[in-house]
Write a protein of this length. Structure first.
Length: 797
């Protein structure tokens, strides 16, 4: 929200410097992110056109004689709107201006223009930096002080406010004025809302029907006839320009001015272009079409609230008007709308139609319905004054959703409990009254407080107590040590686990990604390669079809991110994400386990360092998991797995003890194709919640071996159906075997059909003596015998 200090001072007397005022507002909860000074115009003065003569050497140029009060200066000017007697902005040499041709800053110097010396310039709005307009000179109001500095007359300071969602009142100059008045102990001057009626009763010309009081709790309508559409006065244009609003014509500018003044959006209809005098506020018919002011025909849904005449829609409620009732230069009668609409309805409509506006931003935040009538009266008063209009008697005010504000009980004891300090009853009352609240004493230490009509955020006693602290100043609350026993902090082991995972995988060359928790069902099913057994939790009003439900797996989003990265870079791409998934439960909130998902594709970075470019394989993914588990102090093994999203025979379940904590393997070809990934993309997925208990187990110290190890190789021929794990289970059952590593797998002509060869490197070691060859041979013979008995293994020749 842009706030003009010049405009603000019309309602409250401010003696603080702009910097000090910005500091006070920021400390009170409304951050001033930027202070913009308008009108640093040195050597620019208010002049008056005394004479206009033709240029002797140019048909399109003229010589303007400018009076500055005590002196007259003649300059060359090409503007078409030079009129004798007009007050203008005159820049002397040395003034810093904006070049009207290229927008660059220039310092004005004397120059000869077609043979005539010109020592000054009659300025346009663009040359002064006020707008982009440079088609003619800026004409000042007749009351502008001749010879005075333009900076003193038109200069301003604009605050850029970061308004929090709970304070829609701060999206209005009057709301800011009430806040500032409370901070500096001043009074607020409310605008004059009185005007003369000059026509028949409005009830004879207009009727209003609210068909949906839930979405439109209040609707006010006023009628102004005989208006003359034209340019707004300079003071109004200055206020709108300082607020970042484009000026259009006097009627539209008035509606924007009042919206900024009160925070209540208004809409002006051309009364003569409405098909009937009856206005209906209803839900749209499914598929109904409305051409909005931006010239786009929009197809509406049954959830859209519209303003209509009996024949067709003329506006989208709270968002944008329709083109058929737009105010044009030919407009002579205005039907003015000031209404209150349900915030959620306006928000959903604005999102669905992609029509965010200043009006919808205010309705979405929940402005008070009590703003409608004063805002309507203010707009009518300005239209009568500035547009020459005649106001019909009365204003239609339908308020089916009227709720009288209930006073909130507030006690000094509750103020002390929440703020931690004593605040006197007198100080409480003074502060709340300064904010516009109605305060009634129930007893010495209890009040009944009613929020002012412009504040929608004050509902509970805590809200009023917060305002007391804000206005007193958070910085003035004394520091005090906590009393009593310090609360015990229970550590969250998941935070530590998450940090270790990030550190280790980053060290392995992985890059962390963070994807949205929202996704869509097709992405989930593509990643899992199977239909979802349970419907995911859906968003009631999704922002887009790609973000319609909460994820039940990390795979889809991670694979989509990998696909996007592959299209933009070459080489090794290793990504991981750690985050929650959301598993629905009937009649209960979802479970939210934390998961880890990693993917690898293209060239293995480790093998590039060795000068070889080979694709990643199963053992790269397995090595990453084993390295991570080793760093976490968790011993893992690998079992057979049947994950539908991974390729059969190239996947494994990750086991900690007898518990499966995850899975790893090559992507199923269908999954790879669905995400446009190359064949040979590998994935691992670990349930961090299941993994957590194993990371907390105490580590056991094992001394370094005192006696040497003996190495032997063992090559076996087995049925193809026998797994590596089955062999390892047999071998690891012998206490003298300290380590067994599979170093070769072969199937082909050298072995029988249906057979394969597995070759292992075995390490034998005893904790209490040096093993002899005879002892090792005996153990090796026992291993082979057990393998033959249980797995049908044979020693490979």
């Amino acid at each position: 929200m842009k706030c003009s200090l010049k405009w603000l001072r019309q309602y409250v007397d401010i003696t603080l410097s702009p910097e000090e005022l910005a500091k006070r507002m920021t400390l009170a909860g409304t951050e001033v992110s930027r202070i913009e000074v308008i009108g640093g115009w040195e050597n620019v003065y208010i002049g008056q056109i005394a004479a206009v003569n033709p240029h002797p050497n140019a048909d399109r140029l003229r010589l303007a004689t400018v009076s500055l009060g005590g002196e007259q200066v003649t300059v060359v000017c090409g503007a078409p709107n030079l009129v004798i007697g007009d007050k203008i902005a005159f820049a002397k040499t040395g003034a810093n201006l904006i070049d009207g041709h290229n927008g660059e800053k220039i310092t004005l110097k004397p120059s000869k223009i077609r043979g005539v010396l010109s020592e000054g310039m009659v300025c346009s709005e663009m040359e002064l930096g006020l707008s982009k307009s440079h088609e003619g000179i800026l004409v000042l109001p007749p009351d502008a002080p001749l010879g005075g500095k333009l900076a003193d007359y038109m200069g301003d300071v604009v605050f850029d406010l970061e308004v929090t969602p709970n304070r829609p009142d701060m999206l209005s100059i009057l709301g800011i004025a009430h806040e500032v008045a409370a901070l500096i102990g001043a009074a607020v001057r409310e605008p004059n809302l009185d005007y003369m009626f000059a026509g028949r009763s409005i009830d004879e010309s207009v009727s209003v029907e609210i068909a949906d009081a839930e979405l439109c709790p209040r609707y006010c309508a006023a009628l102004v006839t005989d208006v003359k559409i034209g340019e707004s006065p300079s003071w109004l244009k200055e206020a709108l320009t300082a607020s970042g609003v484009r000026c259009i014509n006097n009627v539209v500018d008035i509606t924007n001015f009042v919206m900024l003044e009160y925070g209540q959006p208004l809409h002006a209809f051309d009364y003569n272009r409405i098909g009937c005098s009856k206005i209906i506020i209803r839900r749209a018919v499914e598929g109904e079409v409305l051409a909005t002011l931006d010239g786009i025909e929009r197809k509406l849904t049954a959830d859209t609230l519209v303003i209509t005449d009996p024949n067709h829609a003329i506006a989208v409620a709270g968002v944008m008007g329709g083109a058929t009732s737009e105010v044009t230069p030919a407009t002579t009668s205005i039907l003015l709308e000031a209404a209150s609409f349900k915030p959620a309805s306006v928000h959903n409509t604005a999102v669905r139609l992609k029509l965010q506006s200043e009006a919808s931003a205010r309705f979405e935040r929940g402005i008070r319905a009590e703003l409608t009538l004063p805002a309507a009266r203010r707009a009518v008063q300005l239209m009568v004054e500035l547009c020459g209009g005649k106001a019909a008697e009365g204003i239609i005010d339908h308020y089916p959703g009227r709720k009288e504000p209930a006073p909130v009980a507030l006690t000094t004891a509750e103020v002390k409990r929440i703020l931690g300090l004593e605040v006197s009853p007198a100080q409480i009352e003074k502060t709340l009254v300064s904010l516009g609240c109605a305060v009634a004493r129930r007893s010495e230490h209890e009040f009944a407080v009613t929020a002012p009509y412009w504040r929608s955020d004050l509902r509970l006693d805590a809200d009023f107590i917060e305002d007391i602290a804000r206005i007193m100043g958070y910085e003035h609350i004394p520091e005090r040590l906590l009393s009593g026993t310090m609360p015990r902090q229970n550590p969250n082991p998941m935070l530590g686990l998450r940090a270790k995972i990030r550190q280790q995988l980053s060290g392995f060359g992985f890059q962390e990604i963070i994807t949205y928790a929202l996704t869509d069902r097709p992405t989930l099913e593509k990643g899992l390669n199977t239909p979802l057994a349970v419907d995911p939790l859906r968003v009631a009003h999704p922002m887009s079809s790609e973000q319609e439900c909460l994820r039940t797996s990390l795979r889809g989003n991670v694979l989509a991110a990998l696909s996007s990265n592959i299209r933009r870079e070459e080489g090794a791409i290793l990504l991981f994400e750690t985050g929650h998934i959301y598993l629905p439960r009937p009649n209960d909130l979802p479970t939210e386990p934390e998961m880890l998902c990693g993917v690898l594709t293209a060239t293995s970075a480790a093998k590039v360092w060795q000068g070889r470019k080979e694709p990643v394989d199963f053992f790269d993914a397995k090595g990453a998991v084993e390295g991570l588990m080793a760093a976490l102090g968790v011993s893992v093994s690998f079992n057979e797995s049947t994950d539908a999203g991974l390729r059969t025979g190239r996947q494994a379940a990750i086991m900690a003890g007898n518990t499966q904590i995850g899975v790893l393997g090559e992507l199923h070809p269908k999954v790879a194709q669905a995400f446009e990934l190359p064949v040979g993309t590998y994935l691992f997925e670990i349930n961090s919640d299941t993994l957590m208990p194993y990371t907390l187990e105490a580590a056991h110290y094992e001394p370094l071996p005192r006696f040497p190890a003996v190495m032997r190789d063992l090559a076996l021929v087995l049925d193809e159906a026998v797994s590596h794990k089955q062999v390892m289970d047999v071998i690891s059952g012998f206490s003298l075997v300290k380590k067994a590593v599979l170093f070769d797998v072969y199937s082909g002509k050298q072995v029988a059909a249906g057979k394969k060869s597995l070759a292992y490197s075995l390490t034998f070691q005893s904790p209490d003596h040096t093993l002899t060859d005879a002892e090792v041979d005996k153990v090796l013979e026992a291993i082979l015998k057990k393998l033959q008995t249980e797995l049908g293994a044979a020693l490979r020749a």
